[in-house]
Ligand binder design. Structure first.
Ligand code: ZN
Length: 475
């Protein structure tokens, strides 16, 4: 990947009046995935986030739908962070004719490369597997995009610095500020010369992330687009004893702990937590396997950012990861050795919602054994196997077969790196002035509706949950 530093634009358009600005919610409306908001200013189009729809069949099928705007008309893509539901559609956009740059912070650009190449690989593998085993409804299943498409998309990544206003298109400037959600994550404040300004929250983090600083205070803006993943929830306070108890119970039974984890960030947060528990004597030192090549590459990028002291990372006295007892599994053969571990161990494997990836093979082997434990450590979207396990399913379907769930399932949502409703309201409430309108996106319908009501009741703002495909003017 070549990440070129973006040169802040010159003031080539002094005093220029732009056309009216409009937002169209192309994804992430009424769902937590597929984040895509189109900003139209006169004849110019800029896409903020370009995520993949994930979850059940109906959602994933939407990745094949017409986008609603010709990709060739979009001048630039601005990414808030590297999660697949915010960047995973970029290769498809590029192969469908988008020719502009994809702007993101330096660490996001590095992580996006890892995430997109992994995504393409999974899509290719799934299409091949479906063709070979006949479980697809299509006669000739093909991937949404290929590794070559992903590689082309990576070539478009252009790094932007934090806290600096850069020209993203003619007379449109953007400023990325730390969002504290995952490494490199940012809120994006878009300012239109002679027009409105719009603040996109992206995904907001929480106070107390072991590696990242808290989200930066929001600037004033005319319009806010805010996420609502946990719009109706309050996180439990993170209590390390709950994770320690789950591990100790499992080890006492002679079982293994399987943690489906988002490869980017959750793996790092868990490794920090495990190091603390081992050093504090709360759990025995059992082998920890990280079975995700993507997670291992992301771990390297986190370590670089910590060494470099990027603007969004904390300064830590000690190495937060205990790498001496971590066993990295890169090949498929190595991965298969932990399908049925012969001694108690902890396996961290992607994907976090068990919607794909190597964790499916581990689940197939480990769920039927009551000695084992599956620990869920983050948001589980509707329609995913993670959600089914969270809701107590006794059977889950994996690769066309039903698998009985006899293992213990422990839900530790407190390891989420998403702000809860109180956090989001506090962040919005710290804006220097009320915006004229606030659009609540990136949530399941109940969560978005609950957050919208609270914004209206507690902040007195005009707040709306936009429909998918809806277009609104920013004035
Ligand atoms: Zn995210």
């Amino acid at each position: 990947m070549t990440v070129t530093a973006h040169r802040p634009g010159s003031d080539a358009h002094p005093g220029r009046k732009s056309g009216p600005a409009a937002l169209t919610f192309l994804g992430g409306a009424g769902t937590v995935t597929g984040s895509k908001t189109l900003l139209s200013v006169g004849a110019q189009e800029v896409l903020v986030d370009c995520g993949l729809f994930q979850g059940g069949h109906d959602l994933r099928r939407r990745n094949w739908d017409d986008l609603g705007v010709a990709p060739g008309r979009i001048g630039a893509v601005l990414l808030t962070h590297a999660h697949l539901d915010h960047c995973g559609y970029v290769p498809k956009l590029c192969s469908d004719g988008f020719l502009g740059p994809v702007l993101a912070t330096r660490a996001t650009a590095r992580l996006v490369e890892v995430v997109l190449l992994d995504s393409a690989h999974l899509l290719e593998e799934e299409a091949q597997h479906a063709a070979a085993h006949g479980w697809s409804k299509h006669s000739l299943p093909r991937p949404l995009y290929t590794s070559e498409d992903a590689q082309n998309a990576v070539g478009r990544l252009t790094a932007v610095p934090f806290d600096t206003s850069v020209e993203v298109a003619a007379a449109i400037r953007g400023t990325w500020r730390p969002a504290g959600h995952i490494l490199g994550s940012a809120t994006v404040h878009v300012e239109i010369e002679g027009g409105a300004s719009i603040l996109f929250s992206g995904d907001l983090g929480r106070q107390g992330h072991p590696l990242l600083k808290a989200p930066a205070a929001p600037p004033a803006a005319d319009v806010v687009v805010v996420e609502s993943t946990y719009g109706q929830r309050k996180h439990q306070r993170r209590d390390p004893a709950r994770l320690a108890d789950a591990i100790n119970r499992t080890v006492a039974r002679g079982g293994s702990v399987l943690i489906p984890a988002f490869a980017v960030d959750r793996t790092e947060v868990l490794l920090c937590a495990l190091k603390e528990l081992v050093e504090g004597g709360a759990i025995p030192r059992v082998p920890v396997f990280v079975d995700s090549p993507m997670a291992l590459r992301a771990l390297g990028i986190y370590r670089e950012a910590l060494d470099r002291q990027d603007p969004d990372v904390r300064s830590l006295a000690d190495d937060p990861f205990d790498l001496t007892h971590l066993q990295a599994l890169t090949s498929v053969e190595q991965s298969m050795t932990v399908n049925s571990p012969r001694y108690p161990s902890i396996v961290i494997s992607a994907s976090g919602m068990a919607s794909g990836g190597r964790v499916l093979h581990h689940l197939k082997h480990q769920l039927p054994d009551p000695r084992n434990t599956v620990v869920l450590v983050g948001f589980q979207a509707a329609g995913t196997r993670g959600r089914a396990l969270q809701e107590g399913a006794r059977l889950v379907k994996i690769h066309g077969h039903y698998v009985p769930v006899r293992a213990e399932v422990v839900d530790l949502e407190e390891y989420s790196v998403h702000a809860d409703a109180d956090d989001v309201l506090a962040w919005l409430g710290s804006m220097p002035a009320a915006p004229s309108s606030c659009f609540v996106t990136h949530g399941e319908p109940d969560a978005s509706a609950a957050l919208r009501e609270r914004i209206e009741a507690e902040l007195g703002w005009l707040a709306v949950v936009p429909r998918s495909g809806e277009r609104v003017l920013c004035t």
